[in-house]
Design a protein around this ligand. Sequence first.
Ligand SMILES: Cc1cc2nc3c(=O)[nH]c(=O)nc-3n(C[C@H](O)[C@H](O)[C@H](O)COP(=O)(O)OP(=O)(O)OC[C@H]3O[C@@H](n4cnc5c(N)ncnc54)[C@H](O)[C@@H]3O)c2cc1C
Length: 459
Amino acid sequence: MTSETRDIVVVGGGTAGCFAAATAAQEGLDVVLLERKSEDDGGHIACGDAIKGKSTFPDVIDREYLRQESFTNENIRRAMFMNPDGENYDIPFEDGKGAVCDRKRYGEVLLEEADRVGADIEYNTVVKDVVQNGTVQGVTAVRRGNPIEYEADVVIDAAGSLSFLQDKVDFEGTNYDTNVTYQQFCSAYREIIETKEPVEYDDAIVFKPTEKLGYLWYFPRTGTEINAGLGFQMNKPPMELVSVLKDDLENQPEFRGAKVKDKLGAALPTRRPYDSAVAPGFMSVGDAAGHVNPTTGGGIPGAAKAGHWAAEVAIEAIGNGDVGESALWAYNRRVQTDFGKRFAAMDLYNIFGGAHEMDELTEVVTALPGQMLIDLMGKKGSVSLSLPEKLKAAVITAVRTRGHWDILREAHQVNKLAGQLKEIYDDYPDSPEAFESWQSRRDDLMERVYDVTGAEPKY
Ligand SMILES: Cc1cc2nc3c(=O)[nH]c(=O)nc-3n(C[C@H](O)[C@H](O)[C@H](O)COP(=O)(O)OP(=O)(O)OC[C@H]3O[C@@H](n4cnc5c(N)ncnc54)[C@H](O)[C@@H]3O)c2cc1C
């Protein structure tokens, strides 16, 4: 078997892996990124293709080049919630415009950029196992039938959802989060569709509830090229994704006579980020560590940031000659006090939603005045209505939602608990020593969530 020695080995050439590799290479480290796909297939990943904007990305690649090459629709100004039973709701984007991209080209550019700034990219390389002696010291892989071993100070696991590497590492004696089950994931499927005429919502990302808890989306790459897809939570009975999407599209006039250009499906995490994603010599990033907004399925920004931060922390640890759990811990804190707390809070709404029937939730949503719904879903839980508007909304709500007060009260309590949860995540410990007491404080709050919602414990 051939053997190579590097500073960092990154497994997986998606968003997280490319940002990790680019960050390390920019700092002059010897980094190799191993990707099982061929170069031609690199970047072909199941996705809804919606991105907040180029500022979402750490500044270690040429972001302007990425934008020009792959952002095909930069005019997304709102999220539209299609209500099958009545009025649609629009949520304008607070901070500027969003984008929908050509996901294949986007993925190719990230790989190109990681290569340009100095990372070695090895395609057709399937990683099979880790080399571990307490500390993870490398990986073994097969490239075109030939076994190869890479030794490294740090292995960055960017292998995506339900990363197989986590079955190979012995996490005994570490705090790495192994409380991971497939029920905390969503199975999703999307098609790229060419319509005959431009759609009316080319400035919106469109969401529509499905019968089982989950949603369908139409994200316009251009006026006539739409990414349409859907998913279901894997703690619910499986849904025939392909046929449900087909039935839906048949009932939407804009998709009559349209051509399907590409089809792809995958699992994505709809859970809180891993409590700890580090072990000696080992760090998980992106989908491999649950870095996805569990209510929208948006994982690109989290993957990019996590890849970047993990590499930054790894560089420092390697420089100090210590890649133990404590030395890599700063990465956990960085994630949890940033998007980690938001995603953990959003997860409570998933838990709440999962404990109710879709019909019940849709009825309540239909009964709420639009602005109140927007406020309820707002980032900070803040209410932007003036006092007279609030009174009017309260009266309308009281009349329309008769019979649903219990669920509204529950939603309100979940909202409050979500706020408290974020505060707990702000106190995420600086070192593994205080981790257990932090976890037990967080778990006490989760108990209250299960009490309020009647949901089965998710973790
Ligand atoms: C249907 C769907 C729609 C989505 N829509 C959106 C959206 O609109 N917006 C958004 O922001 N996010 C969306 N997401 C989530 C987003 O795509 C992911 O969160 C993001 O791609 C995660 O990036 P990653 O780098 O962590 O993993 P991935 O992009 O999955 O990359 C993992 C890489 O690892 C490689 N790999 C795996 N195993 C091995 C191995 N053994 N050896 C070598 N290489 C290996 C894979 O080939 C792959 O290239 C969606 C996801 C799905 C499934």
